[in-house]
Write a new protein. Structure first.
Length: 470
């Protein structure tokens, strides 16, 4: 039976409730009066529940769909402003004991070279990332208690934070490791991580078990309840997501929102971020195992509906998406993207070896190209990591986003971190358009003590100071 506050996966992600939701959405997909009332509620920024949001996702009325897209854009702008935060994944090890059928790192794949970075390798990778201008990374590694124990993860985090090359520093390490124990989550919390990231892959239990035939990840309940344990271990920022394409997208969408509602009800704050990866081609993967691929238009609609339903969670896309698709997604509520990414182990310091990536990248531009593209398209590229370091996490962070005050932090922090980037890493062209953007944003800014402080800080950065933040 459905119970949003239950600790049991099959009660807070209740299969019957999802089926009823899909049925309700299907019956009401052309019910203009109901859709209007849902949109009116969404305009109040109170969020939507999974049933209401599923009706919007199913909606086939062209004018209402336009309204959904417009509202998504408006919410994104009002809550987060026009900044887009940049990050890079850092793959530490591709050893894995799981058998996920959609991932080339599954243990049965014998033709992928297995590699695990030593602490010396990590220093090289982090130096290369710092030389690109990155400040925020997400570490990724397969599940393997022998090769990738928690001690290795903790030591690696310490190493990453310790590297200070020229003016560079990684200021936030987000962590994407397999579901683990409360005790291990406590250790990650004490290691000062930013967000704990774990994708559900699919919420559909039967499909989940089929797609994860071997290894500890086969345990649906243990995986689905991981965020509860992470929060119990003290981690306040968690990031959820599904891998679109594994199961029917309407099912995943409803379940994703149910997961968010569960965290909100049980802990008083929802996910810090929601990721929307789509399945990609990769080595040794049988595409017939998951024939639920979605086209770009559907994907855009999903992103818009998530933004409307959950105005306060950050939304993340990776370089799996093409430049064109990323461009449209940015308008609809995406607040964070990866840039200049390598998805192989050791891919930053050295040329990526053939066939060792976790998945194909569609957007292969350099970080500098992404930064200039964002500027040209009216966004402020941001390397900000301020909230985590200022204690604005969990319920406290949500308080700022719900009052729509977070943008008073995001915009000035984006401008200061962009200024650092322009001073230390940008190409002449990016520097020129970046400086123009900063001047324009300062002219637009209200005459307030915050703007006076920002102007002063930008001057300090120009004269060599680093790591100023609000
Ligand atoms: Fe291992 Fe993760 Fe790939 Fe599954 S998705 S095979 S757990 S690396
Ligand atoms: Fe993210 Fe907070 Fe920085 Fe805004 S101020 S970009 S929410 S870390």
């Amino acid at each position: 039976m459905y119970n949003v506050s239950s600790s049991k996966a099959e009660e807070f992600i209740c299969h019957e409730e999802i089926l009823e939701t899909l049925d309700y959405a299907e019956k009401n997909k052309n019910n203009a009066a109901l859709i209007n009332s849902i949109l009116d509620k969404a305009k109040l920024r109170k969020g939507l529940n999974h049933r209401e949001a599923s009706v919007l996702l199913a909606c086939e009325l062209e004018d209402k769909n336009k309204e959904i897209f417009e509202l998504a854009k408006k919410i994104k702008h009002e809550v987060y402003g026009n900044r887009i935060v940049l990050f890079a994944p850092l793959y530490l090890s591709n050893y894995c004991v799981n058998g996920c059928v959609y991932c080339p790192y599954h243990f049965q794949n014998k033709h992928i070279p297995r590699k695990k970075l030593s602490q010396e390798d990590i220093i090289k990778e982090v130096t290369a990332l710092q030389d690109m201008g990155h400040r925020r990374i997400a570490i990724e590694l397969g599940e393997d208690p022998v090769n990738n124990p928690i001690e290795y993860v903790l030591e690696s985090i310490k190493t990453i934070y310790s590297v200070k090359h020229k003016n560079g520093a990684i200021r936030r390490v987000n962590v994407n490791i397999a579901a683990t124990t409360v005790e291990n989550y406590k250790k990650l919390h004490d290691a000062d991580i930013g967000t704990y990231i774990l994708f559900q892959e699919t919420y559909h239990k039967k499909s989940y078990e089929k797609l994860h035939p071997k290894g500890p990840k086969h345990n649906y309940a243990y995986h689905t309840e991981a965020m509860d344990r992470a929060i119990e271990g003290g981690i306040k920022d968690v990031s959820i997501g599904v891998l679109f394409g594994l199961e029917l997208y309407k099912y995943e969408f409803a379940a994703l929102l149910m997961h968010s509602e569960h965290l909100e009800v049980k802990f008083g704050f929802g996910p810090h971020a929601i990721s929307v990866p789509r399945i990609r081609k990769a080595d040794d993967i049988d595409p017939s195992a998951f024939d639920n691929g979605i086209d770009d238009e559907t994907f855009l609609k999903i992103a818009a509906c998530i933004r409307v339903a959950n105005p306060f969670a950050g939304m993340i896309i990776s370089t799996r998406e093409t430049k064109e698709c990323r461009s449209r997604l940015l308008e609809l509520g995406i607040s964070q993207i990866s840039g200049g990414s390598k998805t192989s182990v050791g891919g930053y310091a050295e040329k990526e070896p053939e066939d060792s990536s976790q998945f194909d990248i569609s957007d292969t531009r350099t970080l500098d190209e992404i930064v200039s593209w964002l500027i040209e398209n009216g966004h402020i590229p941001s390397f900000c990591t301020s909230c985590y370091r200022s204690g604005r996490v969990g319920a406290d962070f949500m308080k700022y986003t719900k009052n729509e005050q977070i943008c008073n932090f995001c915009t000035p922090n984006a401008l200061m971190t962009l200024k650092e980037y322009l001073e230390d890493y940008a190409s002449p062209y990016t520097r020129k358009i970046g400086e123009n953007l900063i001047s324009k944003e300062l002219q637009k800014a209200p005459k307030s003590p915050r703007t006076i402080a920002l102007t002063k800080n930008l001057e300090l950065i120009a004269s060599g100071e680093r790591d100023l933040r609000f």
